[in-house]
Design a protein around this ligand. Structure first.
Ligand code: MSP
Length: 599
């Protein structure tokens, strides 16, 4: 039998890792509310720098409006940021827009707008989406900002002064859509919509063109060994594992030097190469430096820079796990701690694309299903390892089952005036639910307590690795167990005039509210608004919602419970309203609706 205990260890560098040993003891007598004490103790021991965390999303291209995949990247990063804040970290969370490059230049031309006005409009749409979806970023960067230009120019000069950039010429394939250079083996033949033979990128399917240009090259080939050492020495640097392996595999192949500028005559919309008015800096070099800009580079940036974590989609892995670390190594800067990679959303089995007309508008969907509903769905169904398919029906099923019925139903039961006429957090009676059998609790109830007691440790592990769906699976299973607990004891059949029955009823409600308090606290990074309503109904104050407050059922361990006897908060209605299937009304006006969506 082992005690639940929090260990605080120093991992590589200055990262702080909180490792909760899995709670394995079925013996409730061993319960002690140590975790919060341990956490509080350690936070006072750690310096301000140790408690820093820096998380980024990719910066989004402004050539088109945001889609579901963009929101997904942002929600994952937001979840990690909120979780770190709950743990007491000072977390910086950056997102923003990637506004330079040929693709944006062409999109602005096609829209008949000057590029900056065009970028400002689309960037504002991303900002609006993120504010509407509770993306709690602390910095919103646009690559057209002055602070970013300074960072990029400085970064370039450092690389150049170290002899890592030389004037050369590039001849090969380029995909404007991906803003990427490709080797002949990464290209294949295809036909365009008019039947014309074209070449496309094998990976993205986007059209590529042959280009031959004088430009600046970065000595990428010189970094292969260092990149391999970094990846081999840090097996968790790129997560999940499958993507780590993919990068190692790429490094076995040819790693030619990289063109890092374009001729000004072709690309005007970008940052000029310092000291060369004929050349514009390659948009990916420009874009990647955004992470440093937000950290404060070229001024003081260490505090944030050595705790940098990037969230990215699988399509931009090469840029983040090869080019970016090579640039950083070249500039003599530390490498990101973790590159968290996620897979993509498809729609009815197909890639989301404008030409297929199946792009899911995340703003429209979050209005339909609520912001928290969309956040819950994306994180519950999104699996980092593999692509996931989006359908409205799936959203409705998942949300109705888990938020309306299971979680909402449980809250409803425990706060309904019929069972809780005093509208309080009732008392726990140790004789009704003793540590040893003999009261009115049955063996399944003890298992339920064990599961909920161990839940924060389980959730912590999954939040840390961004396997959020596993955390939600575990929470969901516990919610079901608590519902089972209430169902099993049919508290509505107890006789409130009988004092023993009344004490048992109070105990059932007390235990269930304690479970709900744990679920509400753990769910804050996922569904901030729903958690707030749940915790407010339970009268849990904002200062009582941190990770350190996850001290389940202290009365069972013989400790005081600050909530016992407290009046419940006001009833703000159902936790999550049932969603109706869209099928009926989608069938007929489908065409009209669809075309309205094709902005
Ligand atoms: N501007 C670059 C990133 C530069 S970061 C220094 C870019 N932008 S993007 O707008 O095309 O993509 C932004 C993010 O959205 C990427 O992480 C990408 O993987 C993600 N997604 C794009 N389509 C997606 C899906 N269909 N599903 C999930 N995420 C997707 O790349």
């Amino acid at each position: 039998m082992r005690l639940p205990f929090l260990f605080v260890t120093r991992a590589r560098g200055s990262v702080l890792r909180l490792q909760l040993r899995q709670f394995l003891s079925p013996d409730p007598a061993l319960w002690k509310p140590q975790s919060s004490t341990a956490l509080r103790f350690t936070s006072t021991q750690l310096s301000k720098e140790d408690m820093s965390f820096y998380i980024t999303t990719p910066i989004f291209y402004v050539n088109a409006s945001p889609h579901l995949g963009h929101l997904y990247s942002a929600v994952i990063a937001d979840c990690l940021h909120r979780y770190k804040v709950l743990q007491g970290f000072n977390s910086k969370f950056a997102t923003g827009t990637d506004e330079h490059g040929l693709k944006i230049q062409q999109a602005a031309e096609a829209a008949g707008k000057d590029p900056l006005t065009f970028c400002t409009d689309v960037s504002a749409r991303f900002k609006h989406l993120f504010s509407s979806c509770s993306i709690s970023y602390t910095d919103y960067i646009r690559t057209t900002q002055q602070r970013h230009r300074q960072a990029v120019e400085h970064f370039w000069s450092v690389l150049q002064n170290k002899g890592l950039i030389y004037k050369g010429s590039y001849e090969g394939w380029y995909s404007t859509q991906d803003e990427s250079f490709l080797t002949p083996s990464q290209v294949s033949d295809a036909l365009d919509s008019s039947g014309k033979e074209i070449k496309v990128s094998l990976e993205s399917g986007h059209k590529v063109e042959w280009m031959k240009e004088e430009n600046y090259m970065f000595r990428l080939s010189a970094f292969r060994t260092q990149l391999l050492d970094w990846l081999r020495g840090n097996p968790r640097a790129v997560q999940p594992e499958r993507f780590h392996q993919a990068v190692l595999q790429w490094l076995q192949e040819d790693l030619p030097d990289l063109s890092v500028s374009r001729q000004r005559s072709r690309l005007q919309w970008g940052i000029q190469v310092p000291g060369d008015a004929e050349q514009t800096i390659y948009v990916w070099l420009d874009a990647l430096v955004n992470y440093l800009t937000v950290a404060g580079y070229p001024d003081k940036h260490d505090r944030w820079w050595h705790v940098a974590h990037h969230v990215i989609g699988k399509d931009i892995l090469k840029f983040h796990a090869i080019y970016w670390p090579a640039f950083l190594l070249g500039a003599g800067l530390p490498l990101p701690q973790v590159v968290h990679v996620h897979s993509h959303w498809t729609v009815e089995g197909r890639k989301m694309s404008k030409s297929l007309g199946n792009v899911v508008d995340p703003l429209e969907r979050s209005q339909m299903f609520t912001t928290d509903g969309m956040r819950y769905f994306l994180l519950r169904q999104g699996v980092p390892d593999s692509d996931c398919d989006y359908t409205d029906d799936k959203v409705i099923k998942v949300l109705n089952a888990e938020l309306t019925d299971s979680l909402g139903g449980l809250l409803n039961r425990c706060t309904a005036p019929a069972l809780n006429p005093a509208q309080i957090y009732p008392s726990f009676c140790p004789q009704s639910f003793p540590r040893e059998q003999g009261g009115r609790a049955v063996v399944e109830d003890y298992h339920m307590l064990d599961a909920v007691k161990g839940l924060p440790a389980v959730v912590e592990v999954h939040y840390e690795s961004l396997d959020v769906y596993k955390a939600l699976e575990a929470i969901s299973a516990c919610v079901r167990q608590t519902n089972g607990f209430v169902q099993r004891h049919t508290p509505w059949k107890l006789d409130m005039r009988d004092s023993k029955d009344q004490r048992w009823l109070d105990t059932i409600i007390h235990v269930s509210l304690e479970c709900l308090r744990i679920y509400g606290t753990l769910l804050q990074p996922i569904v901030p608004e729903i958690s707030d309503r749940l915790l407010s109904r339970l009268s849990v104050q904002p200062s009582e919602r941190s990770w350190a407050a996850l001290n389940f059922l202290p009365r069972y361990g013989g400790m005081d419970c600050p909530f016992e006897g407290r009046a419940l908060g006001s009833d703000s209605g159902v936790l999550f309203s049932r969603l109706e299937s869209q099928k009926g009304d989608k069938q007929k006006p489908k065409k009209a609706k669809r075309s309205a969506n094709l902005k």
